[in-house]
Design a protein around this ligand. Sequence first.
Ligand SMILES: Cc1cc2nc3c(=O)[nH]c(=O)nc-3n(C[C@H](O)[C@H](O)[C@H](O)COP(=O)(O)OP(=O)(O)OC[C@H]3O[C@@H](n4cnc5c(N)ncnc54)[C@H](O)[C@@H]3O)c2cc1C
Length: 401
Amino acid sequence: MKRYGTFVAEESKMLLQSVRDFVDREIMPVRIKLDESREACEEIMRKLAAMGMQKYGLSPKYGGLPIGSIVEYCAVCEEIARGDSGVATEITCPEWLFGPAMRARNKVVMEKLMVPFCSEERHVACFALTEPEGGCNGEDGTQRGKTLRTIAKRDGDEWVINGGKRWPGGASIAEVYGVLCTTDPSLGEEGVAMIYVPNGVPGLTFGKPENKMGMRYSDVNADIYFDNVRVPVQYRCSGPGDDWKLFRAALSFGRLSSAAFATGQAQTVLEIVINYTGTRFYKGKAVREHTLQAAMIADMAIAVESARYYYLSVASMFDDRKQFGDPGDSYLMGKASGAKVYACDVAEMVCNRGMELMGAYGYIKEFNVEKYLRDCKILQLWEGGGQLGRIEAAAGYYEIN
Ligand SMILES: Cc1cc2nc3c(=O)[nH]c(=O)nc-3n(C[C@H](O)[C@H](O)[C@H](O)COP(=O)(O)OP(=O)(O)OC[C@H]3O[C@@H](n4cnc5c(N)ncnc54)[C@H](O)[C@@H]3O)c2cc1C
């Protein structure tokens, strides 16, 4: 656990060690299989659910497993993503999805929809933000929900939802969907409504799973269509204005977790490269002992460590709301976005350089580097990508409209 320095509390170390052991034992040997079939991914997810990782972060009052701190949570994300970032994404999604309902103390959502996730049995969650018209529309803080096109209208005791989402992880296989809607785009943030939708309700349909470069089976992505989908009014997270704040906090938290995922991926590639270049020789010396290559490895290691200490220090600010405010406010949103932008750029750089250091061996499946390169790319693109991420990082310093 040395790599987490003094950030991780003594009480968190046992959990982290058991996650690390699980990843080394169960995920590392089957990474190629995870890239080839959904069944292989499901088997790993079942095992992670059985060890409590699916309910990690869900309210203990409902049977969930409490988080020691946000620092601990992020380090757990890094540990799982060392093995596979898609697996890490899907298994931590219930916490991401129900986080806003827990913060809003929405009892109905917790009792009716969250409770099944608080078990050791496998369940899939989906947080649906992105729309076909523009992925960043919902995520762009300056738009304040004005460009959202998924509309929720109240009809008596129900919300009636119409519109569509594109790409969400878990779409079609998830049992519960958190849907970013607006009651009226002209109302801006007052119109934003986060509504929970259980699978199986009339009018909820899905497109075919996307055929992707990375996270090929560990994250299932598809279109979601809402055609007069009706859910009880209590399935709205909170209310006007509040839902916007809860959503922004969830997005900020999502970006911070992505920074941890990217760091985990980069860490593994760094280790693969260090090992491999110790066994390959030119001019009578191991590749890694030549100064040129040692300097490249040093740059990779420095970048991975910087990415880790960056996200851990932001996580420690998330743990101190009194001093640093709400995660959805511009200060912490800026920090979380910056940590994500940086860690994702580092992961891409480390995979690229790693491949160069390994020559053709980095390019074949056997050593997994090509898989990490494909998998980590989407971490950089999602949640608004590096462009919106940079804008939000700047918005932590001055207002951008
Ligand atoms: C594997 C995978 C998993 C995903 N998982 C989820 C999920 O779980 N839930 C979910 O809701 N979505 C998910 N997405 C969608 C993902 O978050 C979006 O694709 C991403 O946010 C970008 O949206 P877009 O593709 O529509 O790009 P566009 O919005 O079309 O953006 C195109 C370019 O313009 C930039 N840009 C756009 N708007 C702005 C802006 N306002 N400011 C600055 N730059 C901007 C972008 O950064 C990008 O470079 C997933 C996608 C994939 C491929």
